[in-house]
Design a protein around this ligand. Structure first.
Ligand SMILES: Nc1ncnc2c1ncn2[C@@H]1O[C@H](COP(=O)(O)OP(=O)(O)OP(=O)(O)O)[C@@H](O)[C@H]1O
Ligand SMILES: [Mg+2]
Length: 249
């Protein structure tokens, strides 16, 4: 891997997990809102990247585009080497299902489903058999430290446990890229640390992780921080020595 491919930047190379070129997103609700206003970013495979910026600067918009939950108004977007600009709704759903795992600030679990059913849900749409879905979901719940909580519904779990179910669900389809929008925003610092430890493990295992956060000390776990201001990249900051989450005490 050459130096130009090893860090987040605007140049990019064939190993990119994510590449945006001249991406704009304009919302038309009365006055047009330029949520993203010309963004060029390339994120190499296996990178651990944080996104910071003021409220309303376009961070969630950026994540939603990369996660194929929305489409750019202009520019091109590649996700795991696939050009996704111009795809139909059903093609986007397919890319989302195969390439991306999403973790939200508010967990977004299905309230009537148990932990294991929530984690297994994305696999229903991938045509995986029922037995295999349950086996895989159980393994993932064990990985995030939730052995014994398989049959709990979200309201029978703590906030941190719910977010761990959400992380397990994001991993169900073995995604190339894990996207997280303020994953620790609703958690106390100890529980937030558990979630950061999971992301660290994902990164150590070679996943590409992209995480929006308001908190500087959370962002410093990443290898680099993309600073967003008014819908464009203000600067990209390399973190010399990313923070590590120590073993649970
Ligand atoms: N669906 C939408 N329709 C219209 N405008 C939107 C929509 N989604 C976002 N916006 C606008 O786009 C801009 C960027 O929003 P975005 O949610 O990306 O900000 P953010 O950086 O994630 O902020 P926060 O830190 O508060 O979550 C804001 O001005 C917002 O009002
Ligand atoms: Mg947001």
């Amino acid at each position: 891997m050459t130096a130009s491919h090893s860090a987040v930047g605007s140049e990019g190379g064939p190993d990119d997990a994510v590449k945006l070129e001249g991406v704009r997103k304009t919302y038309h609700l009365g006055e047009p809102v330029h949520a993203l206003d010309g963004v060029d970013i390339s994120i190499p495979r296996g990178a651990y990247t944080a996104v910071m910026g003021p409220s309303g600067s376009g961070k969630s918009t950026l994540l939603n585009l990369i996660g194929c939950l929305d489409t750019p108004s202009e520019g091109t977007l590649h996700v795991n080497g696939r050009e996704v600009t111009g795809l139909s709704e059903s093609e986007l759903t397919k890319v989302r299902g195969e390439e991306v795992g999403f973790v939200f600030q508010t967990f977004n679990l299905m309230p009537r489903l148990t932990a294991i059913e929530n984690v297994a849900l994305p696999l229903v749409f991938q045509g995986v058999s029922r037995t295999e879905r349950r086996d895989r979901a159980r393994d993932l719940l064990y990985q995030v430290g939730l052995r014994g909580r398989e049959d709990h519904r979200p309201n029978e779990l703590s906030g941190g446990q719910r977010q761990r179910v959400a992380v397990a669900r994001a991993l169900a389809n073995d995604p190339a890229i894990v996207l997280a929008d303020e994953p620790t925003g609703n958690l106390d610092s100890d529980t937030g640390r558990q979630i950061m430890r999971l992301f660290q493990e994902l990164h150590d295992d070679g996943h590409t992780v992209l995480m929006v956060t308001h908190e500087r000390h959370i962002a410093e776990h990443a290898d680099s921080i993309i600073h967003i201001l008014d819908g464009h990249v203000e600067r990209i900051e390399e973190i010399e020595t990313p923070r590590r989450v120590e073993e649970a005490r």
